[in-house]
Design a protein around this ligand. Sequence first.
Ligand code: KG4
Ligand code: ZN
Length: 335
Amino acid sequence: MAQPLILGIESSCDETAAAVIRGRTLLSDEIVSSASVQAKFGGVVPEIASRIHSDAVDEVVLRALGKANVRKEDLAAVAVTYGAGLLGALLVGLSFAKGLAYGLNIPLIGVNHIRGHLAASYLEDETLAPPFVTLLASGGHTAILFTKTKTDFEVLGGTLDDAAGEAFDKVARVLGLPYPGGPHVEKLAREGRPVVPMPKMLKGLGGYDFSYSGLKTHIINYVHTKEQRGEAWSKADVAASFQSAALDILVEKTVDGALERHVHTVTAGGGVVANGYLRERLQTACEKAGLKLVLPEKKHCTDNAAMIAAEGLIQYEAGNVSPLSLNARASIPLR
Ligand code: KG4
Ligand code: ZN
């Protein structure tokens, strides 16, 4: 049987993206980012994001179809992020996808952005199949999940306050680094050592839960105290200390989850998983525990449309199509 050709569209935040897959094979993967424009404002301005999506969406979709060398008439379905994200930004991609699906008389598949991050691993390894344990670490969510089937997962635990990406962004601001902070903190951390004393509270939480707001406050207090006393301090050491404190706990709890659930495979997704230190740590810990690790390419950890197409395929195969009345949603519970 011919594999279905699916177009994925993503516009939930500051990336306008479109990708085409045939089955689990990625044919094209296009993206226009407004991050450099948003950086001037120190964060994403929703109105600006919506306008940039409006300017970019048709061009990005046409490019994705062109690079995949397919005609829109050959598509089996259009998958699009309908939430969570910025409402105005989501509506641009969703409305475009609706028009395309209606015009071509093919199914519209509304995709939950977070499930998209989880589906990115399927593109990395064509043999990947549940059950597995997944580390989800993005700007809005951080959790450890037990994926039972392609469409069902259990939340083993997660952050009680800030998401990991959010903590990176806030610490970056304290260190005077631009938005989005994660990649800048990672780069700076490479020049430092984790010598700044860190609170033990991260480890103190039982089960698979963790908390980032205390860690963030600790960093802010450390920097302010040093400055008030006129003492020298190293930005790079603070970055390295924060990074290891924030990420080691994720690695540890993810591996614990996999061993406890007796799965043989670990996957990961979300912008923070683009972090090189986290990737190396996960690789080492999984090897030590005898677990197979499937990590999406870095560009498929941060927001992209390939993951939306991949989740679209899962929903398409499960027969889950959306009505053309589907509305955008600013937030969707993890489960
Ligand atoms: O998944 P994502 O692109 O968007 C959301 O769905 O939230 O994640 C964005 C988050 C931001 O907080 C960003 O700072 C963080 O991922 N991030 C990183 C790195 N690259 C992106 N955090 C740490 N290290 C990185 N290299
Ligand atoms: Zn995301």
